[in-house]
Design a protein around this ligand. Structure first.
Ligand SMILES: CC(C)(COP(=O)(O)OP(=O)(O)OC[C@H]1O[C@@H](n2cnc3c(N)ncnc32)[C@H](O)[C@@H]1OP(=O)(O)O)[C@@H](O)C(=O)NCCC(=O)NCCS
Length: 172
């Protein structure tokens, strides 16, 4: 399945052949520091675990919920998807390889993927937790129409440090 974002970017399911590129892109401390579930260093075992997790969610939900973000040449440049499914709500997550930051790519992707989730998954609400140390991600969500629902103080404990997070939400 292919979800077209614009003439340069599209989304499709991860393939085993994406593993090498995935490991290359995700072995990045700057991505690790801004995300909740991506390990660092990012090894082959982490990619293998990720593929198992994606297969499980796909089976549970009966449809693909996680997508590789691909450029015109089909190579993976990032990832996005949904987890924590409740009856009418799920959480969106995303990352982009560092060479592609700051070009408006993730704003276009998040807009498209949320529309896809409202249309295809029947969701009524999409949420996102963003570390307050990650204003670029908060800005992406705001540009996609998300509103801030609150500040969650000391919500996460990572590497011995407490992290505050904003909770964002988008309604259909
Ligand atoms: C956060 C991330 C997804 C953004 O992707 P992107 O394609 O660079 O985002 P966009 O270019 O669409 O938009 C970024 C916006 O943030 C702004 N921005 C960037 N750095 C910023 C900063 N330090 N403070 C405030 N705003 C900032 C940009 O100016 C831009 O807003 P503008 O269009 O109003 O100028 C990307 O940096 C990334 O993958 N980070 C690591 C993983 C991650 O953080 N995932 C999300 C976890 S919640």
């Amino acid at each position: 399945m292919k979800v077209v974002v614009n003439h340069q970017i599209h989304l499709s399911e991860f393939q085993q052949t994406d593993k090498v590129t995935l490991i290359e892109h995700l072995n990045d401390r700057d991505i690790y520091e801004r995300t909740l579930r991506i390990p660092f260093p990012y090894a082959e075992k982490d990619a293998a675990d990720w593929f198992v997790r994606v297969a499980k969610i796909t089976e549970e939900q009966g449809r693909p919920c996680h997508f590789a973000i691909r450029g015109a040449d089909d190579a993976v440049i990032g990832g996005c998807g949904f987890h924590d499914f409740q009856s009418h709500r799920a959480e969106v997550g995303y990352w982009l390889a560092k060479p592609y930051w700051g070009r408006g790519i993730m704003t276009a992707v998040v807009k498209r993927i949320c529309q896809h989730a409202f249309d295809e998954f029947g969701l009524l609400k999409i949420v996102a937790h963003v570390y307050t140390l990650n204003p670029a991600s908060a800005r992406v969500l705001e540009k996609c129409g998300f509103v801030q629902e609150g500040l969650l103080r000391s919500q996460y404990l990572k590497d011995g440090k407490l992290i505050d997070a904003w909770l964002f939400a988008l309604f259909e």
